[in-house]
Design a protein around this ligand. Structure first.
Ligand code: NAD
Length: 416
């Protein structure tokens, strides 16, 4: 059977499994499985050479029953509306897994930021924000960084929104620079959350993290910081990669050297003391912990049987397909699903939003301690759900999340 790799179809399959276990009635099912709102915009942008290019952008709000929509903005040439719809749905389930008072949203622009100047990116970002302005805001829909967007992009989002409404609105976006109402600890939060739940998984699997070989695909915000934090805990980073390829050293790679090398050359490839490995090969390396931290659909029915890791922690969104899930479960791989494993980012985004609304800022220790409490609680609740329903961790996380959103939707009632 040919595997359907459309992320939106995949997100609905994942939802349906949980809805079956929860025996949701058909009306409620239809409400929860579709996005509440989708906006498609054209973004005319003056390029440095004087020409004008028109980019296509999206903002999708999947569900806001439990609070304002929340989710990142992705810049990538392969962005599609269906991908953003899937990412928005995953955000709705993710905020429910960690039980923070947000719904789910996501945005994206079809562009290749690696081929654009900073000025072009700034003008495109400001026009994109202006186009989606009617549906965003600190009480409506709060953006954040995702693939190829960063704190600088978020500062432009905040400034554009603020200049338009006429006052400084810190809470419209998270992942901002700390100098502009960003939170201490936000930059590391996705990777730190991933570490906390992996520590719990190691405890369940009776696998010491100390000395455990770890392979990481993707070396951006999620992947490079995960490499550093896992290394600090004594794990052995044996392979890392980015869009240009990967490097491996079974005796261990120093993440700080890899970060410096990437800063200098633009890639981890050719890091001294390592050999070259292709991105596909990296996934199949012999290791205890595998962290996909790049893009969707990298572990599919085609390669799942070759995975040798004992634990997979999905720092990326959607890296493993449903058919691969089944194969990995049969192999006894313990998988930490994206809506749990990378929820540290949105959790500290929630802290940032709370700090912005109160104009009262916390110390990094406080942020990290609260993050640890929430991530470990979420792990415990998902694991209990897995044991109760006799399902793998992804379906268990969906059962927990969909149940929470369904309950909020039911008590609110269908308007009018
Ligand atoms: P980023 O832009 O900081 O980094 C992306 C990395 O992936 C880069 O190193 C890039 O070279 C690499 N990459 C791109 N294409 C690749 C390919 N085909 N093969 C291997 N590597 C490739 O992005 P990020 O914020 O780290 O996001 C990575 C993943 O983590 C995404 O799935 C994102 O949705 C997810 N995520 C990020 C956050 C966050 O707070 N940034 C939170 C939750 C989930």
């Amino acid at each position: 059977m040919k595997e359907n790799l459309n992320p939106y179809v995949i997100s609905q399959m994942q939802f349906d499994q949980a809805a079956d276990h929860l025996k949701l009635d058909s009306g409620l099912r239809e409400v929860l499985r579709r996005p509440k709102r989708q906006m498609v915009v054209s973004i005319p942008t003056k390029m440095d050479n004087g020409s004008v290019r028109v980019f296509e952008g999206y903002r999708v709000q999947h569900n806001i029953a439990r609070g304002p929509a929340k989710g990142g903005i992705r810049y990538h040439p392969n962005v599609t509306l269906d991908e953003i719809k899937a990412l928005a749905a995953w955000m709705a389930w993710k905020t429910a897994v960690v039980n923070i008072p947000f719904g789910g949203g996501k945005g994206g622009v079809v562009c290749d930021p690696r081929k654009m100047s900073s000025g072009e990116l700034e003008r495109m970002t400001r026009r994109f924000v202006t186009e989606i302005l009617p549906i965003i805001g600190p009480d409506r829909d709060i953006a954040a960084p995702d693939v190829y967007t960063d704190p600088q992009t978020m500062a432009w989002v905040m400034d554009t929104y603020s200049m338009t409404v006429g006052y400084s609105s810190l809470g419209v976006v998270t992942g901002k620079p700390v100098s502009l109402g960003g939170s201490e600890g936000r930059n590391e939060a996705t990777a730190r959350g991933c570490l906390f739940v992996t520590q719990e998984a190691c405890r369940v699997k009776r696998l010491p993290l100390e000395g455990a070989p770890v392979a990481i695909q993707g070396f951006g915000n999620a992947g490079s910081i995960a490499a550093r934090l896992f290394h600090e805990q004594g794990a052995k980073i044996i392979a890392v990669s980015d869009s240009r390829g990967g490097v491996v050293n079974p005796r261990g790679i120093d993440p700080l050297k890899a970060i410096q090398h990437k800063e200098k050359t633009g890639s981890v490839v050719s890091l001294p003391g390592t050999s070259r490995v292709r991105n596909e090969e990296l996934l199949e390396l012999k290791c205890d912990i595998l962290i996909p931290a790049a893009l969707e659909n990298v572990i599919t029915a085609a390669n799942a049987a070759n995975i040798k890791a004992k634990i997979i922690a999905e720092a990326a969104n959607g890296p493993v397909t449903p058919m691969a899930d089944d194969i990995l479960t049969r192999k006894g791989v313990f998988l930490l699903p994206d809506i749990l494993a990378n929820a540290g980012g949105v959790t500290v985004s929630y802290f940032e939003w709370v700090q912005d609304l109160q104009n009262f800022f916390w110390e990094e220790e406080q942020v990290n301690a609260k993050l640890e409490t929430i991530m470990k609680r979420a792990f415990r609740e998902v694991h209990e759900s897995a044991l109760k329903y006799r399902v793998h961790m992804r379906t268990a996380a969906y059962i927990l999340a969909v149940g929470r959103v369904a309950e909020a939707t039911l008590v609110r009632g269908i308007f009018p």
